[in-house]
Every structure is written in structure tokens, then in C-alpha cells.
Design a protein around this ligand. Structure first.
Ligand code: HEM
Length: 613
């Protein structure tokens, strides 16, 4: 092709503008309604054509060529690109099956291959690649370096519910918050908090008793009862707040929390994502504006929503604003009450909050903040003093509820299910717990005694291994780096599948997927299961609470709550599956809950049971 001279180019451009002007003049000559129609049509065509063109150009490179020929991960093991959907990649498969099914299968098919045994590459929607990480070396790096953050989009959505609490903050803010909160989760406080749970545990057993009624046994959805008991327990231990949701489902905090959880469904979540994705943070500012003035906006939203079913999204927004507003008001009240209590304790010169019975996590955090304030005033004229405001208080409440309730109640529910499937394990557990009761003078194990029940511990740890309540999490790399020798450019999505890591047969042996509490009892052998292999890593082969910077701060609290609930149940009731072919599938949003709960056939223990134990 002969290159155009400058003058020729100018002529061509001139001709183009003359033509364009000609079209414009012709359009102006038409009647006004034709002008509107034609310009309208042209804008619609261009708004469809431009994205279509972008897609046509994008598709071959990002969806087809890149994963096959140009991606830095193209040589890593993983399902061939051709196995996935042309647009959605592996995403449809992953959503359709129970969480962990594919991760486990891919690990079996592609994991442990020479070259890079520690990673599996998969492709998601629009060619987005992600690495599923198994390598303990890489996991150690990811979990302990703040450059691997939660994907910002996930954090933004989460922070709409939990605010800026531990779950959503990163870097130095996280480090500082974690340092402030850690003392409140110390063992001595856990032991005291555990004692406060006795009434909630008794109410749970009474409820089971009531549901069995006069019958010998009854089919009961254990999840429904356990989840309410654990809400009461977390509210007491974390905020010193009495909910009693076993008897009172209308209690405001419990109601607001359940409404919020209920809004997690696909359509509502999609609406929230759309609002939050509006450019320049418009969506976030809009929701925050509604929340700030919720007294004013809530009746307006309800009015709009009641006008027609077409305004369904507005009714969802109203429910959201209503429940978050309620939690905000309770947070303000709790903050005022606990700050006053902490100040009173200070005046009494009582340094140990536990001496006054204020041992819930929130009271301890507020007391810690007040102490830090006084210290800063002494040393720095108050310049660095950090006061906790109602927003931060709300963030802690929502974080502890969000992170601490569903997780623990799913954990207990899965354990009940596993025990219904493994009656010999159930019998052994009952025998250990009843033996303890027979020898105990109090009839109620203390925190330290509960920790010493070895089989109970093995049951809980093993249940969280095979059915982790948080079956996976994500990180995104914010800088270029190498992970266990693999090039990981900035922006790489890293999937940590606790489910697949916890049940990796290369690490846990041929019965890795089975529920075998005995594997945690070194003195016992258990037939078909080999002990863990040389590949076992004490931290990174069991990832139910993950590890490193963001490891679960409530791990000990969760385990003691699970043990307390199971101890009560196993020493009063026995249960089996409802039918031989009963199965329960896990439903995963962030936590993995049993779909439809855990219906079991529950009966009270009889004299024979006690005698046989
Ligand atoms: C069986 C029950 C539980 C399980 C399986 C569990 C699991 C986890 C996991 C996997 C994470 C890390 C999430 C991530 O970074 O992607 C986490 C974080 C967290 N958990 Fe738990 N959790 C449980 C119970 C609790 C309880 C009872 C509390 C107490 C209030 C709690 C409070 C938290 C908090 C505050 C974080 C954020 C920690 C941080 O980022 O520094 N969790 N949990």
C-alpha cells in the first residue's frame, strides 16, 4: 500500500467531514420526530455495536488465545480449557455441584504432577484465570504477606454488611485492629464466657425435649434448634447481650440479623452488586446516605415498595436499611452502656474487667480502647488516642455475628449429621462424656475439663476437617511475585480450597474423605487409615481456620462452643438418620450450610443407654 502524503491525508479528512456535515444537514432537514427517531436508533445501535465489537475483539484473545498460548500459567496442571464453557469457563460446573467436588476431583486428576505439584490452574468467566493453591510453601507466603489481599470487590460487598471490621480491613489497619482485639479472645476470658452459656445450653436441650414431646422419638430438624442456641451463645459471649432466640424469635437483634442473612439469596445479592458497582462509588454513597438518615428514608422506601410489585428491589433495599439501621441503633446503645460500665470500673481502680463480670468480647475491647486512650493522654497529650465510635462498634458486632454464628452453627450441624451416619463414633463419644459425668461432682464440665475430653476434641476437629464451615477463600495478588517458584503477576486470583486441602489423599491417606476421629488420637490405630504422610504440614494441611495474618481469631471460642453443644446433646439424646438413603448437600455462599438443615430421628436416652455407656 502506497503511503498517503500529508496533503492527501488532509484532503481525505476534509472529504470525511464534508460527508459527515452532509449527513448532518440532511438529518436537520427532516421533520423533528424523524430526527428523534433516527438519532435514537443510531444511539441504540452504537451502544450495542460498540460493546459487541469490544467483545468480538476481546473474545479471541482473553477467552480463547490467552489461556491456551499466552498466559503465564498455561503450563500449570489443570482441567483443559476445552472442558469448560466457552464464556463461563469452569464457573458453571463449580456452581452446579456441591462445593469442593471439582476442587477435589481436579486435585486427584492433576495434583501432585511433576513440575508444579502445588497448583491447579482453572479458568472462570470471560477467561479469568485463577490458581488453586495446595503448596504449603506458597500458602505460607500468601497467608503471611499483606500483599495478598481479599479481592477488593468481595471486601466491598462484605463491608456493606460487616462495616470496616477485621474481616474487611487490610495492611496496617488490620494489624493494629488485630493487636487491639487479640487480648479479648484470651483463654482466661473464654473460660468465663463459657460459664455464661449454661442457660442457653439448657434452653436448647429443653427445646429438643419439647419437640420430642410424649413420643419415643421424633424427626427434628436439629439445625433449626442448634442455630438459635448458638445465636444466643455468640450474643452473650461476644457482646454480653441476651437474645433468647429459642423462646423469642421477635427479639430485634435476632430478627434484624436473620433478615440480613435472608437477603443473601441470588437475586438480592445481584441487585446489591449492581448498586455497589455503579461508577465513582455512587452506589456505596447512596446506600450510606440512606443508612445515615434511615429514620427519614425508611417510610419513603416502604411507601414506594408498597405501590407495586414492580418496586420489589426497593422493598429489598428497605429491608436492608431497616435491619442495618436496627443493628446500628443496638450498637450505639451497647457502646454507650459498655463505655459507662468500663469507666465505672476504671473509677473503682479495678484493672481486671472479669472481677466485675464484664467479660464479653465487646466489653473487653471497649475497656482496652479506654486504657489505650488514658495511656496516650499520659504520654502524648492525647494526640494518638483512639476512641471507638458507634460505626466501629457496629462493625465489630456484625463481624462477630457474621464470622462467628453461621460458621459455628454449620460446624455443629455437620457434626450431628456425621454422628447420625457413624453410630459407633456416636456411641464412643457418648461413652466418654457419660464417663466424665459419672466421675464429676459438679455434673457440668468446666472449660478446662471440656478441653481434656480427647474423643470429643477428635470428633470436633475431624468434623471441621471433612466439612469445613468455611470451605474456601480467595486472595488477590497486589504485586508481581513468585510463589513456590511459580510466576504470579499482580492481579492473580488465588483460590484456597480448605475443603480440598483438608481431604487431600496424598496427605491424609486413602481414607482422607472419611470421618475418622481416631486419626487424631495417636495412641489408637484405626484399621484402613494410614497415618498422615510425609507431605503433612502441621499448619497448611488443615485449613479450616486458615492461617497467618487473617487466621480465625475465634478458633478457640468456636471449638469450645461446638464441644459444649455436643456434650449436652450426646449426654441427653441419641439420634439416627431419618432413612437409610437420606443425604444432605452442602450449600455454599461464604459458609457451607446443610441444605434444608439436618433432619434426624431424635430420642431421649434411656436407662439402658446409661447402663450400656
Ligand atoms: C467453626 C467455626 C468457625 C470457622 C470454621 C471459622 C473460620 C474462619 C476462617 C476460614 C477465617 C478466614 C477468612 C478469610 O480470611 O478469608 C475466619 C476469620 C475470622 N473469624 Fe472465624 N471461624 C469460626 C468461628 C468464629 C467465631 C466463633 C468467631 C468469633 C467471634 C470468629 C471470628 C472471626 C474473625 C473476626 C475473622 C477475621 C480475622 C481476620 O481477618 O483477622 N470466627 N474464620
Amino acid at each position: 500500500m502506497v503511503p498517503l502524503s500529508l496533503a492527501q491525508s488532509a484532503d481525505a479528512l476534509n472529504g470525511y467531514y464534508t460527508n459527515l456535515y452532509g449527513y448532518y444537514a440532511a438529518l436537520r432537514a427532516l421533520p423533528w420526530y424523524s430526527q428523534i427517531l433516527i438519532t435514537g436508533l443510531l444511539s441504540i445501535i452504537s451502544s450495542i455495536a460498540i460493546p459487541l465489537l469490544a467483545f468480538v475483539l476481546y473474545y479471541p484473545y482473553w477467552i480463547y488465545l490467552r489461556p491456551r498460548y499466552f498466559s503465564p500459567f498455561r503450563n500449570l496442571p489443570g482441567p483443559p480449557v476445552s472442558e469448560g464453557h466457552w464464556f463461563w469457563g469452569e464457573a458453571i460446573q463449580l456452581i452446579n455441584k456441591e462445593y469442593g467436588t471439582y476442587q477435589t476431583e481436579w486435585n486427584r486428576r492433576f495434583g501432585g504432577k511433576p513440575g508444579q505439584p502445588g497448583f491447579i490452574k482453572t479458568v472462570g468467566p470471560i477467561g479469568l484465570e485463577r490458581l488453586i493453591v495446595f503448596s504449603p510453601t506458597a500458602l505460607r507466603q500468601i497467608m503471611n504477606d499483606y500483599q495478598y489481599t481479599k479481592p477488593p470487590f468481595a471486601s466491598r460487598i462484605l463491608s456493606q454488611i460487616t462495616g470496616h471490621g477485621l474481616l474487611t480491613v487490610e495492611y496496617d489497619v488490620h494489624k493494629k485492629m488485630r493487636r487491639d482485639l487479640n487480648p479479648a479472645f484470651a483463654t482466661k476470658y473464654l473460660a468465663m464466657q463459657y460459664e455464661e452459656c449454661a442457660p442457653a445450653l439448657a434452653a436448647m436441650c429443653d427445646e429438643f425435649d419439647r419437640l420430642i414431646g410424649n413420643k419415643d422419638a421424633e424427626v427434628i430438624n436439629a439445625y433449626d434448634v442448634v442455630t438459635r442456641a448458638l445465636l444466643d451463645i455468640i450474643c452473650l459471649t461476644a457482646f454480653g447481650y441476651e437474645v433468647d432466640s429459642i423462646h423469642n424469635s421477635d427479639e430485634p437483634l435476632s430478627k434484624a440479623y436473620h433478615t440480613l442473612i435472608g437477603l443473601q439469596g441470588g437475586g438480592n445479592l445481584a441487585a446489591l452488586i449492581v448498586i455497589l458497582s455503579l461508577p465513582f462509588g455512587v452506589g456505596t454513597a447512596f446506600i450510606e446516605g440512606l443508612l445515615r438518615k434511615n429514620d427519614y428514608w425508611l417510610p419513603v422506601l416502604h411507601k414506594i415498595a408498597s405501590a407495586s410489585w414492580l418496586f420489589y428491589p426497593v422493598s429489598v433495599l428497605a429491608e436492608y436499611v431497616d435491619s442495618v439501621g436496627t443493628i446500628q441503633r443496638i450498637a450505639e446503645r451497647l457502646l454507650a452502656q459498655k463505655t459507662a460500665e468500663a469507666k465505672a470500673l476504671k473509677r473503682l481502680q479495678t484493672h481486671d474487667a472479669s472481677q466485675q463480670g464484664k467479660i464479653d468480647v465487646l466489653s473487653l475491647i471497649i475497656k482496652g480502647a479506654l486504657d489505650a486512650e488514658t495511656e496516650a493522654e499520659k504520654t502524648n497529650n492525647g494526640k494518638t488516642a483512639r476512641k471507638m465510635d458507634a460505626r466501629e462498634c457496629k462493625a465489630h458486632i456484625m463481624t462477630f455475628l457474621g464470622a462467628g454464628h453461621e460458621t459455628t452453627s454449620s460446624g455443629v450441624s455437620w457434626t450431628i449429621w456425621l454422628l447420625a451416619n457413624n453410630l459407633e463414633v456416636q456411641r464412643k463419644l457418648r461413652s466418654e462424656c457419660l464417663e466424665f459425668l459419672a466421675q464429676s461432682s459438679s455434673g457440668h464440665p468446666s472449660y478446662y475439663e471440656l478441653r481434656e475430653l480427647k474423643y470429643l476434641n477428635a470428633v470436633v476437629v475431624e468434623s471441621l476437617r471433612v466439612r469445613p464451615s468455611v470451605p474456601g477463600t480467595f486472595r488477590k495478588s497486589t504485586k508481581d511475585s513468585y510463589l513456590d517458584g511459580v510466576w504470579c503477576p499482580k492481579g492473580t486470583y488465588l483460590a484456597i480450597s480448605s475443603f480440598a486441602i483438608n481431604t487431600d489423599p496424598r496427605v491424609w491417606g486413602p481414607d482422607a474423605a472419611d470421618f475418622v476421629p481416631e486419626r487424631w488420637l495417636p495412641e489408637e490405630t484405626h484399621g484402613n487409615s494410614s497415618s498422615v504422610s510425609a507431605e503433612w504440614d502441621p499448619t497448611y494441611s488443615y485449613m479450616s481456620f486458615i492461617a497467618g495474618n487473617h487466621h480465625c481469631i475465634g478458633k478457640n471460642m468456636a471449638q469450645i462452643e461446638m464441644k459444649a453443644v455436643l456434650f449436652q446433646m450426646i449426654t441427653k439424646f441419641a439420634w439416627t438418620k431419618v432413612s437409610e438413603d437420606q443425604t444432605i448437600r452442602g450449600d455454599t455462599a461464604i459458609t457451607m450450610k446443610p441444605r434444608g438443615g439436618v433432619p434426624v430421628r431424635l430420642r431421649r436416652l434411656t436407662e439402658e443407654d446409661y447402663a450400656a455407656a
